[in-house]
Write a protein that binds this ligand. Structure first.
Ligand code: ZN
Length: 133
């Protein structure tokens, strides 16, 4: 696993949170993108070398909607960059981590992504992401 690629924050309203984070960072999001398979809308901000992803549910059954219903808005996941997502998924599974998807999925911002179940990672949802190139 390499550096933290981004931190994902679950928000109720992307519109309101985009305004808030634009004030915080002094710059608007560099990208907004929907991920239909996850029923989310996302926006991405840069602050120096750091990247923040905001996620709003587009459906009441979306994992983001369920997260907010349970825990409220806030940090949702930490994403780590990997060079070879399939190899890393295999390695982590062998180490006893539970993967939420068995194959890499197409994520936002041109990435292949996979998630580790928070129950095997001290309550923190971990995302692996590899550039789709
Ligand atoms: Zn993410």
């Amino acid at each position: 696993m390499d550096k933290i690629e981004h931190i994902g924050i679950a928000v109720e309203s992307l519109e309101r949170s985009n305004e808030l984070f634009t004030k915080l960072f002094g710059e608007p999001p560099y990208k907004e993108e929907g991920v239909a398979s996850e029923s989310v809308k996302t926006s991405f901000f840069k602050s120096g070398p750091n990247k923040i992803e905001l996620l709003e549910a587009t459906h009441p059954d979306s994992p983001i909607a369920r997260f907010i219903a349970k825990k409220g808005e806030g940090v949702h996941h930490i994403a780590f960059a990997v060079d070879d997502i399939k190899a890393e998924m295999k390695r982590l599974e062998a180490e006893g981590f539970q993967l939420l998807n068995t194959e890499p999925k197409e994520g936002a911002d041109n990435k292949w992504v996979a998630f580790l179940h928070p129950k095997t990672t001290n309550g923190v949802l971990i995302e692996l992401c590899q550039d789709r190139g």
